[in-house]
Design a binder for this molecule. Structure first.
Ligand code: GUN
Length: 299
């Protein structure tokens, strides 16, 4: 048996199309255009690529994109002043400060300064608490994308055994909360978990987000399980002069033979993150104006 390979690229395109459709309806019915502000401090090349991609996809969805590029030596106070300005701007419905920030800036302080209702990353402690207590929150984009893929694949998640490998604030912890909310029995495993293969073997759903290349092996996987790989690891070329390889936290070749469905890297979870950022911006806009929640785009 070979697993179904989940096409995250196609699914993300579908999410973006649904966002664009609902943005068009919001404009036509209410005269409102959602706006997303993205703030980039410094010249980190990977961050520049992400920010460009975010801006492009925001505009393609029919939303306003506001980009703020600040030099690496920007004082923390100036960044906090910009965040305050964006918090107060009614044209801005979502704010994303690209991480990582330069070392002289206190990341926690900046994230705490973002108005929770505009926190489309879902990193503000208010949103973390709302999610953990089962209330309406802004949900971090990558776990939201994983949840959408899982629901599409499995329908109801109720009663499934889910193992999340990784306990980061950005993926592992919010992923566990979302799966709990969908009535899974959730185990959060991590790099210090004893007998990790044994823990993973019990899972109907495996979400790997540990940042260790190809760690999860095929003989850890329960036959028929759904495997979601959040890892993005760059490996040196297999042969001299070859290209660097992008691999996940899952050893795809051994797992694809056992799993029921699996996401590839690249082309699995990756494209879902920006699609969910657009979905969150639409959700934040609807909430700000007291409109109904967007359909099929929230947790
Ligand atoms: N840097 C890499 N990924 C992300 C993300 O999802 N949000 C923010 N704010 N910064 C990032």
């Amino acid at each position: 048996m070979s697993a179904k390979i989940i096409d995250g690229k196609a699914f993300a395109a579908d999410v973006r199309a649904r966002v664009a459709e609902q943005v068009a309806a919001m404009k036509a019915d209410h005269g409102i255009t959602p706006g997303l502000a993205v703030v980039l401090v410094g010249e980190d090349p990977a961050s520049q690529v992400y920010v460009r991609s975010k801006g492009k996809q925001t505009v393609e969805a029919g939303m306003n994109s506001f980009e703020h590029k600040l030099p690496a030596e920007t004082p923390e106070a100036d960044l906090l002043a910009l965040v305050a300005q964006l918090n107060a701007d009614p044209k801005v419905n979502g704010i994303l400060v690209q991480l990582p920030l330069p070392e002289h800036i206190d990341e926690a302080k900046v994230l705490a300064a973002i108005e929770p209702a505009k926190d489309v990353d879902g990193f503000h402690i208010s949103n973390v608490g709302l999610l953990a207590t089962g209330q309406k929150a802004m949900v971090p984009c990558t776990p939201l994308g994983c949840l959408m893929l899982l629901r599409d694949q499995l329908g109801s998640l109720s009663g499934k055994n889910a193992v999340v490998i990784g306990r980061s604030n950005i993926v592992g912890k919010p992923m566990a909360q979302l799966l709990l909310r969908d009535s899974c029995t959730v185990t959060v495993a991590h790099s210090r978990t004893a007998d990790l293969p044994d823990v993973v073997r019990r899972a109907d759903i495996v979400v790997a987000a540990v940042g260790r290349p190809e760690m999860v092996k095929g003989d850890w996987i329960k036959p028929g399980a759904t495997v979601i790989d959040v890892g993005i690891n760059r490996l040196p070329p297999a042969e001299e002069g070859g290209k660097a390889r992008l691999v996940g936290d899952v050893d795809f070749d051994s797992c694809v033979a056992v799993a029921g469905a699996i996401t590839p890297v690249p082309g699995g979870v990756g494209p879902m993150t920006i699609a969910c950022l657009l979905a969150n911006t639409l959700t934040a806009t609807a909430r700000a104006h007291g409109l109904p929640e967007p359909e099929g785009l929230t947790a």
